[in-house]
Design a protein around this ligand. Structure first.
Ligand code: AMP
Length: 212
C-alpha cells in the first residue's frame, strides 16, 4: 500500500490534477468528509489528510511514503529521512517581510535599529536577517502574524503573501522578499528503495504533469 500525506485546501485542490495524471482519484472529498484516511480508485494507494506542518513528519518516519508540502514548511522542518525530488510548482506565493504602512523600514535598518519580528517561520527569518547582517528579535507566533505590528508586539512580520489582500486589509506593506515558495513532493528514503517499482511511475507521472 502506498500512502500519500497531504493537507486540505489549496494543496489538496492543486494536487488533484497531478494525482489524476498518475491515475489516482480520491473516493471522497476531504472538505466534506471527516475521514483522515481517504481511499482512492486504486486499491494500492491511499491518501492521509494531515495538517500542512505535519506532512514532513509522517514522511520522515515512514508512516507515509510520499507527501506534498510547501517549501516554507519543509525549510522549518528540515529534510531528515526524505528526498525532495520534485518542485510541483503549485500553491505558489512569496515569503515576505512586511511592516505597518507608516513604518520606514529602510531608515530603521540604516539607523541599526534592533527590530522585533513576529513569524511562524523562525528558521527562514533567522537566516534571512543573518544574511543581511541585521540583528532582530524573533518572536514565534502560530498564526495571524499580521496582528503583531498593529498592537505593538513587533515592528515587522515574516509571512507568506499571495495576492497581498491580507496585508492591505491590515494596513501593512511588504518591504522585502525572503524567497519564493511552492509545494514540493517529498519521499521517504527507505520507502523509495523498498517500493521503487510502485513509486517510480507515480513520480514520473507527477514530473510530466508539472506546469512549465
Ligand atoms: P493573500 O491575502 O492572498 O496575500 O494571502 C495571505 C495569507 O494566506 C497569509 O495569511 C498566508 O499565510 C496565507 N497564504 C498565502 N499563500 C499561501 C500558500 N501558498 N501556502 C500557505 N499559506 C498561504
Amino acid at each position: 500500500m502506498i500512502t500519500i500525506a497531504l493537507s486540505k485546501g489549496r494543496i489538496f485542490e492543486e494536487t488533484t490534477p497531478l494525482l489524476a495524471a498518475a491515475g489516482i482519484r480520491a473516493l471522497e472529498d476531504p472538505e466534506s468528509s471527516r475521514k483522515l484516511i481517504l481511499l482512492t480508485n486504486r486499491e494500492d494507494v491511499r491518501l492521509i489528510i494531515v495538517r500542512a506542518t505535519d506532512v514532513p513528519t509522517y514522511v520522515q518516519y515512514g508512516a507515509a511514503d510520499l507527501g506534498i508540502a510547501g517549501k516554507d514548511v519543509l525549510d522549518e522542518h528540515g529534510g531528515e529521512g526524505m528526498y525532495q525530488p520534485l518542485d510541483l510548482k503549485i500553491a505558489k506565493c512569496k515569503m515576505m517581510v512586511a511592516v505597518r504602512e507608516g513604518f520606514d523600514y529602510e531608515a530603521s535598518i540604516r539607523q541599526g535599529a534592533r527590530l522585533k519580528v513576529v513569524t511562524k517561520y523562525v528558521k527562514a527569518a533567522r537566516e534571512h536577517f543573518a544574511a543581511k547582517g541585521m540583528h532582530v528579535d524573533l518572536i514565534k507566533l502560530y498564526g495571524s502574524m499580521e496582528l503583531g505590528p498593529l498592537v505593538g508586539l513587533a515592528d515587522a512580520i515574516v509571512d507568506l503573501v499571495s495576492t497581498g489582500n491580507t496585508l492591505r486589509a491590515n494596513s501593512l506593506k511588504a518591504v522585502e522578499e525572503v524567497g519564493d515558495i511552492s509545494s514540493r513532493l517529498i519521499v521517504n528514503q527507505a520507502s523509495l528503495k523498498l517500493n521503487r517499482a510502485q513509486l517510480q511511475p507515480i513520480l514520473d507521472a507527477f514530473a510530466s504533469a508539472i506546469k512549465k
